[in-house]
Design a protein around this ligand. Structure first.
Ligand code: ADP
Ligand code: MG
Length: 719
C-alpha cells in the first residue's frame, strides 16, 4: 500500500461562476423566467409566504421545467425524496409519452410534477405499513427548486418531494420538517404582533447553515479495508505514533491534492445552487470542513443531503474516498455537523440578533427565552434526535460536546439574561476595540462574546449552534424537533403576553408587563445555561445536581421520544401523529441494531479471514526461529517471549471474536430490547476483540499484517 497518486490528474482551473453558469443546472431563476406573470406570482406566493399551492399552475411549471431540463441534456426526471433510511431516494422516469397518433413525444404534465408513486414497501416504515400495503406517494415541494444531476454522463431532472403512505402518513424526513416550520411561523408571528413588529412581515422561518466535517483517505488504502468499505469506519487498527498531538493540521495549508478536490466539489455545488463558503483543515490528520452560506431550513436540509453525496462522488474522481462517518478512526477526533440555527422574517430580519434599543432587545429576549425554555424542557428529546450508533462513538469523548445538553450563553447574552432576571433595563453589552501593539496593524473590534467549543448548544452572536449533530446524519430530524419545541415555547410566551396586554396600555407599561413574563420564565429555566468547560468532570456532577439528563448511548436516549409528553407535543403542533412518531422510534431502534450487527459481522469476518491467518504465519516464523536457534545450541529468549505474548493475545482475540459471533447470530424479536443487549454485551465484546487485535498489530511484521495501517490511512497520498 503506497498511497499512489496514479489516478489523480490536476484539474482545469479555468472556471467562472456567473449566474448563467450555475443556472445551467439549478432551476432557481431559470424556471421563473420561463413562466407567465400570473403563474409566477402564484408560485412565488407559495414559495415565499407558504400560501396553498394552486394545482392549476402545475402544467405550466412542469412544461417550463421539462424545456429547461431537455435543453440541458435530460431525458429523464425523478421525484427526489428522503425516506427514513437517512439517505435520499429517486425513481427515474423518462419524458416519453404516446402522442395519440401512433408516435411518442417528450412530455411532462403537471400531474407528473405534483405526484409520483414509488413503491413504499421497500423503505423503512416502522410498521406503519405492511409489505402488502405498498402504495406510497411523492408530492412536489415547490419551496425547494428542482435541479439536474449528472451521473455517469446521464443528466436527470430531480424534483424535491415529500414521501407519504397511501393513508397520508409521513414516511420521510421532509414532511414533518415542513410541518414544524409552519408551527414555528404561526407562533413566532404572534410574538412579532405582540411587540408591534409584524407590519410588512408575512412569515418567520428558521434559517440553517451546517458545517460539514469529513475525512479523506486515499482510495488504494481504503480498498484494503473491508470495515471502511462496509461500515464507513475502522473496526480494528492500532494508533499511529503521530496523530494530532502537534496540532499541525488544524487550519494548516491545505494539501494541493485536497485543495483540487475541494475546488471541484465547490464547482459542483455551485452548479446545484448550493452556496459553499468556507473550507479548511480540521483537527485530525486527513480531516477537513466545508460550510455553506445559510438558507431557509427546508432548502438547507435538501442541500445538505446533496452536499454529502457530491463530496463522496467528487472524492472518487480524485482517487480519494470521503468518509463522512462520525468516528472513522478510534483515538482520532471524530466528525460532526454544527447545526447553525436562527429565526428570520421574510423581510430578512434575524430575530436572534441583539439590537441596541431597549425595546427591540426585549423582543430579542423573548425569542431567546423561548429557546432557553425549550431546551430546558426538552433537552432529553433533543439529545435523542442525534442518537445513533455512530454518534455514540463521538459524543462525550472529550472531542465533541457531551451527551448532556446545555446552552452556552456567552458574555453578551449572559449579561442580558442577568439583567433580565434582576429586572433591570436591558442594555446590550458592547464589544471593545483591541490594540494589537503595532501601528501598522488594524484595530480589531472584539466580539461581545467569546467562543466555547465544548458546549453542545452555543449562542454565537446571532444564532444558536447545535453541535451534537453527527456528520453523516440528515439534519432534517434534529431541526424538526428543534423547531417544534421552540414553537411550543413561543406559543407559551405569546399566550402569556396576549393575556396581559390591553389596548390602552402605555408603551412602558407594556414593556414592564412583558419583562415580568420573560423574567419568570427565565428564572425557571436558566439552569440549562452553562458557560464553563463542558468536557470537565465537575460539569457532569453539576449537571446532575441541576437535574439535567446525561443520556450516554442511543438505547439510553431514544426512550425520551417514547413518552406521552413527546406524543402530545408533536400532535399539538401537527408535526407528527402518534403513529408517525411511533414508526420513527421503531426505525431508530432498528437502525441502531442493524448498524451494530453489520459492524459485528464485518469484524468477525476480518478477524477470521484476515487477522488470524496472518498471525498464524507470524507464529510459525517465530516458532521456527526459536527452534532453529535451539538446534544451533542457543536459547532465543527474546523470540520465545514474543511468541508467548502473541500466542496469549491470539487466545484473547479468538475468545472475544467467538463471543461477538455468538451474540450477533442469536435470534431476537424486539428492536428496543435488542439494542440494550447490543450496548451491554455485543459492543464490549467487539471492544475486547479490537484491543487484542490492535496489540497484535504492534507485534506482527508489517509485510504479514493484512490491513493498511492508521499511518497509511491518515497520511498516505494526501499531500
Ligand atoms: P465557525 O466554524 O466559526 O462556527 P463557519 O463560518 O465555519 O463558522 O460556519 C458558520 C455557519 O453558520 C455557516 O454555515 C453560516 O452560513 C451559518 N450561519 C451564519 N449566520 C446564520 C444564521 N443567521 N442562521 C443560520 N445559520 C447561520
Ligand atoms: Mg467552522
Amino acid at each position: 500500500m503506497n498511497g499512489s497518486n496514479a489516478s489523480y490528474t490536476p484539474r482545469d482551473v479555468s472556471r467562472e461562476f456567473g449566474e448563467d453558469y450555475a443556472s445551467r443546472i439549478f432551476s432557481g431563476n431559470v424556471i421563473r423566467r420561463r413562466l407567465s406573470p400570473q403563474v409566477l406570482d402564484k408560485l412565488e406566493r407559495t414559495i415565499r409566504f407558504g400560501t396553498k399551492l394552486d394545482p392549476e399552475i402545475a402544467d405550466e411549471v412542469a412544461a417550463a421545467m421539462k424545456d429547461w431540463a431537455t435543453e440541458n441534456g435530460c431525458t429523464h426526471y425523478c421525484h427526489w425524496f428522503q425516506p427514513l433510511t437517512g439517505a435520499t431516494a429517486e425513481k427515474h422516469d423518462s419524458f416519453l409519452n404516446f402522442d395519440g397518433h401512433g408516435g411518442v413525444i417528450a412530455e411532462f404534465s403537471g400531474e407528473s410534477l405534483i405526484r409520483g408513486e414509488p413503491d413504499a414497501s421497500s423503505f423503512p416504515t416502522g410498521n406503519i405499513r405492511d409489505t402488502f400495503e405498498a402504495r406510497g406517494y411523492t408530492a412536489w415541494d415547490p419551496t425547494s427548486p428542482a435541479f439536474i444531476t449528472i451521473n455517469g454522463g446521464e443528466a436527470t431532472l430531480c424534483i424535491p418531494t415529500v414521501f407519504v403512505s397511501w393513508t397520508g402518513e409521513s414516511l420521510d424526513q421532509k414532511t414533518p420538517l415542513l410541518r414544524s416550520v409552519e408551527a414555528l411561523n404561526t407562533h413566532a408571528m404572534r410574538i412579532l404582533k405582540a411587540f408591534g413588529s409584524a407590519e410588512g412581515v408575512h412569515r418567520v422561518t428558521s434559517t440553517l447553515g451546517c458545517e460539514q466535517e469529513y475525512f479523506l483517505v486515499d482510495e488504494d488504502a481504503w480498498s484494503g479495508r473491508p470495515d471502511l468499505m462496509l461500515c464507513g469506519r475502522t473496526l480494528l487498527g492500532a494508533d499511529s505514533p503521530k496523530g494530532h498531538q502537534l496540532d499541525d493540521h488544524y487550519f494548516g495549508s491545505i494539501p494541493h491534492r485536497v485543495l483540487s478536490f475541494m475546488g471541484d466539489t465547490e464547482e459542483r455545488l455551485y452548479r446545484l445552487g448550493i452556496p459553499a463558503k468556507t473550507r479548511h483543515n480540521e483537527v485530525a490528520p486527513g480531516q477537513f470542513e466545508l460550510a455553506p452560506l445559510f438558507e431557509f431550513t427546508n432548502l438547507a436540509c435538501d442541500h445538505q443531503m446533496l452536499t454529502m453525496s457530491v463530496l463522496k462522488k467528487v472524492a472518487r474522481e480524485h482517487g480519494l474516498v470521503c468518509l463522512i462517518h462520525e468516528k472513522p478512526f478510534a483515538g482520532v477526533n471524530g466528525s460532526g455537523k454544527h447545526n447553525n440555527w436562527s429565526l428570520s422574517t421574510d423581510t430578512g430580519h434575524n430575530l436572534l440578533s441583539p439590537k441596541s434599543e431597549n425595546h427591540s432587545n426585549l423582543q430579542f429576549l423573548a425569542f431567546v427565552t423561548a429557546v432557553v425554555r425549550a431546551i430546558d424542557l426538552h433537552a432529553d428529546m433533543l439529545r435523542a434526535t442525534v442518537a445513533n450508533a455512530a454518534n455514540d462513538l463521538r459524543l462525550g469523548a472529550n472531542e465533541a460536546p457531551p451527551a448532556i445538553i446545555s446552552i452556552f450563553a456567552g458574555h453578551l447574552l449572559q449579561f442580558m439574561i442577568d439583567e433580565l432576571v434582576e429586572g433591570k433595563t436591558i442594555q446590550k453589552a458592547e464589544g471593545s476595540v483591541m490594540e494589537l501593539g503595532s501601528e501598522s496593524l488594524p484595530k480589531l473590534v472584539r466580539h461581545a462574546g467569546d467562543r466555547n467549543r465544548t458546549s453542545p448548544f452555543a449562542f454565537t452572536g446571532n444564532r444558536f449552534e447545535f453541535r451534537a449533530v453527527g456528520s453523516q446524519a440528515s439534519v432534517a430530524w434534529p431541526n424538526t424537533v428543534l423547531n417544534t419545541i421552540i414553537a411550543e415555547s413561543l406559543d407559551h410566551i405569546a399566550t402569556k403576553i396576549e393575556t396581559v396586554l390591553d389596548e390602552g396600555m402605555s408603551s412602558s407599561d407594556r414593556d414592564t408587563a412583558m419583562m415580568t413574563i420573560l423574567q419568570d420564565i427565565m428564572k425557571d429555566h436558566s439552569k440549562v445555561v452553562f458557560n464553563g468547560d463542558n468536557y470537565s468532570d465537575e460539569w457532569k456532577q453539576e449537571a446532575e445536581r441541576r437535574g439535567l439528563p446525561n443520556l450516554r448511548t442511543t438505547p439510553d436516549a431514544l426512550p425520551a421520544l417514547d413518552t406521552d409528553k413527546a406524543r402530545a407535543l408533536f400532535d399539538a403542533y401537527n408535526v407528527l401523529s402518534t403513529s408517525e412518531l411511533d414508526a420513527r422510534i421503531e426505525v431508530l431502534y432498528e437502525g441502531y441494531v442493524t448498524v451494530c450487527e453489520i459492524e459485528a459481522r464485518t469484524q468477525v469476518m476480518m478477524l477470521n479471514t484476515m487477522v488470524l491467518p496472518s498471525v498464524a504465519r507470524c507464529q510459525s516464523e517465530l516458532a521456527e526461529s526459536v527452534a532453529s536457534a535451539a538446534a544451533a545450541g542457543v536459547q532465543s529468549m527474546a523470540f520465545k517471549s514474543r511468541l508467548e505474548e502473541i500466542v496469549s493475545l491470539t487466545a484473547e482475540l479468538y475468545a472475544a471474536g467467538q463471543e461477538v459471533d455468538e451474540i450477533v447470530t442469536a435470534k431476537w424479536e424486539c428492536a428496543k430490547e435488542r439494542s440494550c443487549e447490543i450496548r451491554d454485551t455485543l459492543l464490549p465484546a467487539m471492544e475486547r476483540a479490537r484491543t487484542a487485535c490492535d496489540k497484535l498489530e504492534g507485534l506482527v511484521p508489517t509485510d504479514l499484517w493484512p490491513l493498511p495501517s492508521y499511518t497509511e490511512l491518515l497520511f498516505a497520498g494526501l499531500s
